[in-house]
Design a protein. Sequence first.
Length: 100
Amino acid sequence: MRTINSKSKRTVRNGIKFPSKKEAEFYDMLCLAKESDEVLFFIRQPMFDLPGGVTYKADFMVFYTDGRVQVIDVKGHRTKDYIQKKKMVESLYPIEIEER
């Protein structure tokens, strides 16, 4: 179960439920970037397997038309669990998680 900051306001965009207004606004920005051909496509909540049967779910994986790929987590608050999983993902996979 995903915990969110008590100050976060659940928001719906295009029938998709987001745990925070900030994440929904980032989704809106990605949709605009896709329409302007800056972004080829994006994936919501890509999962990464970690040791011990644990998984990490990022908020977005963005594929840009110039070939770049970014894994992005929209954060209002960095929990200890998130910090640990982020470090594990970055040590096991050839990616860097960008926080927004």
